[in-house]
Design a protein around this ligand. Structure first.
Ligand code: FMN
Length: 178
């Protein structure tokens, strides 16, 4: 098991082709139950190192907590979320994705896990919209001495932004133009 949390970031971005998909699946608690080959390649870990571990094994410190808060609230409401995410590879490299995360169900329609498909993101959307937005959200979270109130503030920032644009989060994601 790599102790990726103590490996410094390299600043090197890993890219993948627009015709490729990164796939992973989790149980109801967010523990990895499946990854495709590209998932393991980019994470820089093999199946044995990943399966059974929490999906935050690829968490990058630049990601605002409010995005994951929204992700889990959305999944627990039985809905899907589209979001841009930066992940960390085990050697400290990073890779940006545009993710579609959704509950998966058994034959009776009972939710039995979660599933994420990720495409290569549009670079202009990242540079002009997502990276500046995530920086603002992260700063609000980090500047607050209380993690809890920092999270409430970044959540309120997203809520205000969506209210101003009269959009839901997924709609907002798809309205960004590159
Ligand atoms: C299907 C699925 C896919 C996920 N994919 C990612 C991912 O690619 N990167 C990531 O950092 N978190 C991902 N998460 C969210 C993690 O479970 C976790 O909430 C997040 O990494 C924040 O971790 P933390 O609360 O320990 O900081 C995913 C969750 C699910 C259910």
């Amino acid at each position: 098991m790599h102790k990726i949390e103590i490996i410094p970031l390299t600043g090197v971005e890993r890219e993948f082709n627009e015709n490729e998909l990164i796939v992973s699946k989790t149980d109801l608690t967010g523990k990895l139950t499946y990854g495709n080959r590209l998932f393991f390649n980019l994470a820089g870990m093999n199946e044995e190192e990943c399966l059974g571990k929490q999906h935050n094994i690829v968490r990058h410190p630049d990601m605002p907590r409010c995005v994951f808060d929204l992700l889990w609230r959305t999944l627990q409401a039985g809905e899907e979320l589209f979001a841009y995410v930066v992940n960390r590879s085990s050697n400290g490299d990073h890779y940006w994705v545009f993710a579609h995360v959704t509950p998966s169900t058994d034959m009776n329609g009972t939710v039995n896990g979660y599933h994420s498909n990720r495409r290569s993101p549009n670079r202009t959307i990242l540079n002009e919209s997502i990276i500046p937005l995530y920086k603002r959200l992260l700063r609000v979270e980090k500047d607050d001495p209380s993690p809890r109130s920092g999270l409430e503030k970044s959540k309120a920032m997203i809520a205000d932004l969506l209210a101003e644009r009269k959009q839901g989060f997924n709609e907002f994601m798809f309205s960004l133009e590159g």
